[in-house]
Design a protein around this ligand. Structure first.
Ligand code: AVI
Length: 314
């Protein structure tokens, strides 16, 4: 049993107001639901980033490949590599000297990706690294003879509050040498309705994704949450650019969690805050970069200006 999960569930559900961390949504079922979210028409983020990589692949590849020695392209959280493949294929066609290094905590995920890539792009040089992001980056930091390009797609940084995002960027900066690059996706502020629709689909996929937190507590910690007694609720504040997800109790109830030896009481309409999905603009990204010891070199956007990928240097 993962003790951090236990500890954080206890902390979050005994606080006022109640909260749970979205990082615990992702077990096998949560991963699958996130794949389904990425395929929904309302969840524009995936298509926008895909469009950016497709449209600007030449310029992105040129920015990566400005040294004779070639570079290592290190991707944190590669998933099935669907978006990355556009770039990898282009680099291959241009005979660029690079090695693709996807990093994941799961050896299985890496093996699957490496096998798929070797079939689709036969001459690709790929070397997956198993481990926690920062443990692997620490290891790679010592390879000073080759340029590193660190890539984080999917606006994953948006799930962190600004101080945590600065921590994350600062750690990435610490693992970079002078000529290394960081290539990262940031979902942008836009019509608030478009954002709400992306996190509140009528088919209920996002609701099931959010409720997977309760599902995991039931399965792994012996909880007895009745998922039907909770409603997925999304709010977006256009001033701060923060989208927030909640699970709202639709009636007064008691929930027991055996392995924590507790009973939690819910008032009717009481909330559990589960996730933030931050939206950005250039000013905020500039500020985050500055606070982390980085600066923006270039940025690339889609035709609607919904999403941006920034290239940072230290
Ligand atoms: C993984 N992360 C960037 C997604 C997001 O957009 O915040 C997770 C997600 N939550 C609801 N839909 C998608």
């Amino acid at each position: 049993m993962d003790n951090t999960f236990k500890k954080e569930v206890l902390e979050g559900l005994t606080s006022f107001p109640k909260y749970l961390s979205s990082k615990y949504i992702y077990d096998k079922k949560g991963d699958k639901l996130f794949q389904d979210i990425m395929a929904m028409p309302e969840y524009y983020l995936t298509n926008c980033e895909f469009e950016i990589l497709k449209t600007h692949k030449e310029a992105i590849a040129n920015a990566f490949n400005d040294t004779e020695k070639g570079f290592d392209l290190i991707e944190l959280g590669a998933g099935d590599g669907k978006k990355t493949k556009v770039l990898l294929k282009h680099l291959q066609e241009k005979n660029v000297n690079y090695t693709y290094k996807p990093i994941d905590i799961s050896q299985n995920a890496i093996d699957n990706l490496v096998t798929a890539l070797s079939k689709e792009i036969p001459k690709i040089q790929v070397a997956g690294e198993k481990g926690e992001y920062f443990e692997v980056l620490e290891r790679l930091k010592n390879f000073k003879d080759r340029k590193k390009v660190i890539m984080v797609l999917g606006s994953n940084i948006g799930n962190l509050l600004h101080p945590k995002a600065i921590d994350f960027l600062s750690k990435l900066k610490d693992s970079m040498n002078e000529n290394d690059l960081l290539f990262m996706g940031f979902d942008q502020k836009k019509n608030p309705q478009t954002i709400l629709d992306a996190y509140n689909d009528l088919t209920g996929i996002t609701e099931a994704f959010n409720k997977n937190l309760l599902n995991r507590i039931n399965k792994e910690l012996g909880g007895n949450f009745n998922l039907d007694n909770f409603k997925h609720w999304e709010v977006y504040d256009p001033e701060t650019g923060t989208a927030k997800s909640y699970l709202v109790a639709t009636k007064e109830m008691l929930v027991t969690i055996d392995s924590l030896d507790i009973t939690i009481s819910f008032d009717a309409w009481e909330t559990i805050h589960t996730e933030i999905s931050q939206k950005y603009n250039d000013k905020v990204v500039n500020w985050l970069a500055k606070e982390s010891g980085l600066h923006i070199e270039k940025d690339f956007t889609d035709s609607k200006g919904y999403y941006k990928n920034y290239l940072f240097k230290r």
